[in-house]
Design a protein around this ligand. Structure first.
Ligand code: BTN
Length: 323
């Protein structure tokens, strides 16, 4: 019932529709409609009501609406499931991975246990961000899988640029920063066929901090949201659509590596002095290049070169005593 009401309000965009009209469309009483709308408002949907005119979405609402996302979306993404809350969209999609074809998308308004890389959590407060995962069945080997993460980073970079004219930075391999603040990240998880080192499936999870939010103390100095950097009205539906369309553009020609020039041009680590963090130790290095698999080619302090395709890196700040 609630999703049908949301759909009707969405079809009427910013114009009012009377309670009577909604109730006759859904064949329920006006009392039921008014109760359901009250519940939706309690859940955070910004719906204006006027006794004379009826109901409409507030012009500044940013409700996730499937119909708005699929309008002009590439048919590769053939089905989109939106949900109010879930533990983690990545975990949920993994449970469906063998039953669904590639291109299946799930998007949640809130994640109770959003996951980041390396066992970290991803803060996913209600209606403040984009928490979405989609399913792929790539024919790539596991060694080439980093390319997919890189395509997703480029898609996020390009969607932010298109909508808000902001030049963000891509921090290897999958974090997006605006002015030193992390505003999004990507977590790809795959199931492997051990004999061939090919993937049965891959779940690409994208998290973006969209609206202003209060971050916990440990995140406050490093995390930010797009809204802090833009005066524009932000539509998660539009941003999601652009991220997905853009991702498909690069994924579809992944063998031609068309994502790579953009990935390199907006990389925050290319040619920089960095620290590389392995499981139990770290070491300084310089980034010489990013190869076609999106791996980092680095030079260690002893002059040897190395290609790394996992782990964490950070940009080394110039120390005062370096001068
Ligand atoms: C990172 O910053 O380390 C990666 C963050 C990835 C977060 C997204 S939100 C949607 C999907 N579901 C999850 O649990 N995680 C990813």
């Amino acid at each position: 019932m609630k999703s049908k009401i949301l759909q009707i309000l969405n079809e009427h965009c910013d114009t009012y529709i009377s309670g009577e009209e909604i109730s006759s469309k859904l064949k329920v009483s006006r009392m039921t409609i008014s109760k359901q709308i009250r519940k939706l408002i309690e859940q955070g949907y910004q719906i204006e009501s006027s006794t004379k005119k009826g109901y409409r979405f507030s012009s500044n609402n940013d409700v996730l609406i499937k119909e708005r996302i699929i309008d002009n979306l590439h048919p590769f993404f053939y089905d989109i499931e939106t949900m109010e809350k879930i533990s983690s969209t990545n975990d949920y999609l993994k449970t469906l991975a063998f039953d669904k074809q590639e291109g299946y998308v799930c998007i949640a308004d809130y994640q109770e246990k959003g996951k980041g890389r390396n066992g970290r959590s991803f803060y996913s407060p209600k209606q403040k961000g984009i928490y979405m995962s989609f399913l792929l069945k790539p024919t790539l080997s596991v060694y080439e899988s980093l390319k997919i993460t890189a395509c997703a980073s480029v898609a996020l970079w390009e969607a932010i640029k298109k909508n808000y004219q902001i030049d963000s930075k891509i921090k290897w391999v999958n974090d997006i920063f605006i002015d030193e603040k992390k505003i999004g990240g990507i977590l790809c998880e795959a199931s492997l066929e051990m004999n061939t080192a090919r993937m049965d499936y891959m779940v690409v999870g994208i998290g973006v901090n969209v609206h202003k939010q209060i971050f916990a103390k440990d995140l406050a100095s490093v995390a930010g949201s797009i809204e802090e950097f833009s005066d524009k009205i932000i539509s998660r539906n539009q941003l999601i659509k652009d991220i997905l369309n853009c991702f498909y553009k690069y994924y579809n020609e992944i063998d031609k590596n068309t994502f790579l020039p953009i990935y390199k041009e907006h990389s925050s680590v290319l040619y920089k002095d960095i620290m590389v963090y392995e499981k139990n130790y770290s070491y300084p290095a310089k980034v010489l290049d990013i190869d076609t698999n999106a791996s980092l080619i680095i030079e260690k302090e002893d002059g040897s070169t190395l290609t790394i395709n996992s782990g964490e890196v950070s940009i080394r700040k110039i120390q005062e005593n370096d001068f």
